[in-house]
Ligand binder design. Structure first.
Ligand code: FAD
Ligand code: UDP
Length: 368
């Protein structure tokens, strides 16, 4: 007899299981249909012995001190500030757009003040910033939008930026300085020994049992528990009663290459390079930048967006929000079941947001 069945062993499920067991002495069964813990943050060593992230590169970043301190219980951190280049007009330019981006793109020598004036001249103010296109064009104008955002957004989401919520591109700041970090958050890094090691430590408690390779529905008749915390797709939980929620998927294509002869011993200048206008893939990530591993080989991953496959990205647009609300109404009526995480809340959450929400759920609702 378990107190809790936790479905999904990603960040949402692991945080909930860990807190319930360690702080409230609850007996927890955590189940995942995959053959590993960690959800989309899972990392492992590939055949060449290089640490890779199985579901695309993950950089941890947060301004939430509580979240950061909580994770410190389970890992040390490797100091890493994520940097990205966008391949535009044959050049690798800094993204987020900053002073160097504009100067290098147009062959100018603007100062920060002059760049602010330039943005003021070219921006197209929108009375209401509603879409992902508005969010960029109202800050930096149409040309920069078309060169850096239009093509990549269309490839990644399969929709025009004008059909997506402003929150999608608002994730990326615009800077007039030379700061070329992708995130501005106070705490940034990757777990020193990897994400999987972090999750392993979270779940290593006598009160927690882990079951992998198992869809929870197949064993419901065989197990006894009092409450469920569900972190899988909410539409799947309700057997797609109102039809499937739209998700965007990604096909990850890995390649391992020798580093001999490569400048700086790496394939590309930064952890990630985006390709807004060239090729079918959206980004290429090189894991050594993230992990700091030294190895005579290097592994890269190319990301090809897909309509179907693993549900990675909830799509932030009006139609999907309306459909999600119908599922959320069903969820609110469920007794002894809680829904949490990127798939169960159908939100485009980063890791730190998932941890924050999971901690809140335990403290404010489950601990009562
Ligand atoms: P998940 O990690 O998706 O976990 C849900 C788990 O539930 C899965 O393991 C799944 O197998 C399991 N499950 C589903 N249905 C069932 C079932 N029926 N039975 C049993 N198990 C089931 N965030 C950042 O902060 N920084 C980044 O750099 C970053 N990069 C990202 C890159 C990509 C390509 C993607 C897709 C996401 C990225 N994220 C990043 C977001 C991050 O991955 C998520 O915020 C986080 O993984 C969400 O955790 P979760 O537990 O909600 O969901
Ligand atoms: N984006 C873009 N060009 C870039 C980087 C980002 O158009 O060079 C847009 C794109 O729509 C993307 C969104 O900004 O989906 C958010 O980017 P982020 O890097 O946060 O995406 P994620 O890491 O969540 O896939």
């Amino acid at each position: 007899m378990f107190d809790y069945l936790v479905v999904g062993a990603g960040f949402a499920g692991c945080v909930v299981a860990e807190r319930l067991a360690s702080q409230y002495g609850q007996r927890v069964l955590i189940i995942d249909k995959r053959d590993h813990i960690g959800g989309n943050c899972y990392d492992c060593y590939n055949e060449a012995g290089i640490l890779i992230h199985r579901y695309g590169p993950h950089t941890f970043h947060t301004n939430n001190r509580k979240v950061f301190e909580y994770l410190l219980l389970f890992t040390e951190w490797r100091y890493y500030q994520h940097r990205v280049r966008a391949y535009v007009d044959g050049k690798f330019l800094p993204i987020p757009i900053n002073l160097d981006t504009v100067n290098q793109l147009y062959g100018l020598n603007l100062s920060s003040r002059e760049l602010a004036e330039y943005f003021e001249r070219v921006r197209e103010p929108a009375p209401q910033v509603k879409t992902a296109e508005d969010a960029v064009v109202s800050q930096v104008g149409r040309d920069l939008f078309e060169k850096f955002f239009k093509g990549l957004t269309l490839k990644h989401w399969g929709m025009e930026a004008s059909q997506l919520d402003a929150s999608v591109t608002r994730r990326i700041p615009v800077r007039t300085s030379r700061d070329d970090r992708y995130f501005s958050d106070r705490y940034q890094g990757v777990p020193k020994h990897g994400y999987t090691a972090l999750f392993t430590r979270m779940l290593r408690q006598p009160q927690i049992s882990v079951l992998l390779n198992t869809d929870y529905r197949t064993i419901l008749p065989e197990i006894k528990f009092k409450r469920i915390v569900f972190t899988g797709p909410i539409d799947e939980y309700f057997d797609y009663r109102y039809g499937p929620l739209p998700y965007r998927s990604v096909h990850f294509e890995y390649e391992t290459l020798p580093t001999a002869g490569l400048p700086e011993g790496t394939y590309q200048p930064t952890g990630t390079v985006t390709y807004p206008n060239d090729y079918d893939f959206t980004r290429v990530a090189e894991f050594k930048h993230f992990t700091g591993q030294t190895h005579p080989l290097t592994t890269i991953v190319r990301q090809y967006p897909r309509d179907s496959g693993e549900p990675y990205y909830p799509i932030p647009c009006e139609e999907s929000k309306a459909l999600y609300q119908k599922y959320a109404a069903l969820a609110a009526k469920e007794k002894n079941v809680w829904f949490i995480g990127r798939l169960a809340n159908y939100r485009y959450y980063n890791m730190d947001q998932v941890v924050e929400k999971a901690l809140e759920l335990v403290e404010k609702e489950l601990a009562l």
